[in-house]
Write a protein that binds this ligand. Structure first.
Ligand SMILES: NC(=O)c1ccc[n+]([C@@H]2O[C@H](COP(=O)([O-])OP(=O)(O)OC[C@H]3O[C@@H](n4cnc5c(N)ncnc54)[C@H](OP(=O)(O)O)[C@@H]3O)[C@@H](O)[C@H]2O)c1
Length: 273
């Protein structure tokens, strides 16, 4: 399953997340994922695993052009010149000639975002980036970016899961041709609560699936790209199998009602890093 981004590039709807995947765990997870059907990997400079991700991509034997690789520019690298340097470093660590999607990891000031984005547009035109996106951008960050951007971002990667469905921002992004990418789609460090949810358990039983698969499939059904993270081979496989699952309207309605508007990650307007 793929979505076509607003610049015509296709993105696999399921990507492997790698936040908190460290050293050999990151390498083994990416290698296992690529050898077992994943074609989309999400990393970031701040995860400190770009080298392992790059090595796993090389060792997987999967042709480079078949893999969609995302990385993100860290906050301290925002700015026109520093953004250019940061991308070069990420490319070196990943041992890649280009990346498929480069994201501004968190919004800082409007001015910094505009300068950073301009550098990214130039790197896009030079062929180092196949698409440009943002992450953790609220409505107002996007509106300001639209004033100066020449090229529309293709995605906004934000927190999105069963308890924080992010419906309004999703609608706004879709209206502007920007796909939402769900981070923490399994509620991240709060996954235990997702596993204990009775509605998810019931729907999972009905489909002979797992609660995690139901939670992920619901996001795909909303046309949201998902980035479940795991370093456990059986879970990496389980998460990709959501592509074979089919929910019905009754399931989706029950899942919609689980929304509590509850964030697990910091509100992007209040970060201090
Ligand atoms: N842009 C941003 O600011 C931002 C912020 C956060 C995350 N992200 C991206 O989004 C990705 C996903 O978010 P996340 O890593 O925070 O959380 P997540 O994917 O919601 O949850 C990961 C947790 O779920 C466990 N898990 C995964 N599949 C499972 C399964 N089938 N059954 C039971 N447990 C399972 C993992 O354990 P094991 O690994 O031990 O198997 C891990 O503890 C990140 O890895 C990163 O790529 C981006």
């Amino acid at each position: 399953m793929k979505f076509t981004l607003n610049n015509g590039i296709e993105i696999p709807a399921v990507g492997l997340g790698t936040f908190r995947s460290k050293d050999d765990d990151a390498y083994q997870a990416v290698l296992h994922a690529l050898k077992n059907g994943y074609r989309h990997i999400d990393t970031a400079a701040i995860y400190q695993n770009e080298e392992e991700v790059g090595r796993a991509i090389k060792d997987s034997g999967v042709p480079r052009e078949d893999i969609f690789v995302t990385t993100k520019l860290w906050n301290s690298d925002q700015g026109y010149l520093s953004a250019k340097k940061a991308l070069k470093k990420s490319l070196e660590r990943l041992q890649l000639e280009y990346i498929d999607l480069y994201l501004i990891h968190w919004p800082k000031t409007y001015e910094k975002a505009a300068d950073t984005y301009q550098a990214m547009e130039e790197m896009y035109k030079e062929g180092f980036i196949r698409s440009i996106g943002v992450s953790n951008f609220n409505f107002h960050h996007l509106e300001h970016l639209f004033e100066t951007a020449e090229i529309m971002p293709v995605v906004n990667q934000v927190e999105c899961h069963i308890q924080y469905q992010n419906t309004k921002l999703h609608e706004f992004c879709m209206k502007h041709g920007i796909y939402l990418e769900a981070y923490a789609p399994l509620m991240s460090h709060h996954i235990k609560e997702l596993l204990e949810d009775d509605t998810l358990k019931e729907i999972a039983k009905k489909h002979d699936a797992t609660s995690t698969q139901i939670a992920l499939r619901y996001l795909l059904d909303r046309d949201i790209i998902i980035l479940p993270k795991s370093v456990t081979p059986s879970r990496i496989d389980e998460n990709l199998k959501v592509l074979e699952l089919e929910l019905d309207d009754e399931d989706r309605e029950a899942l919609r009602k689980l929304n509590k508007g509850r964030r697990l990650f910091p509100e992007p307007d209040n970060i201090d890093y």
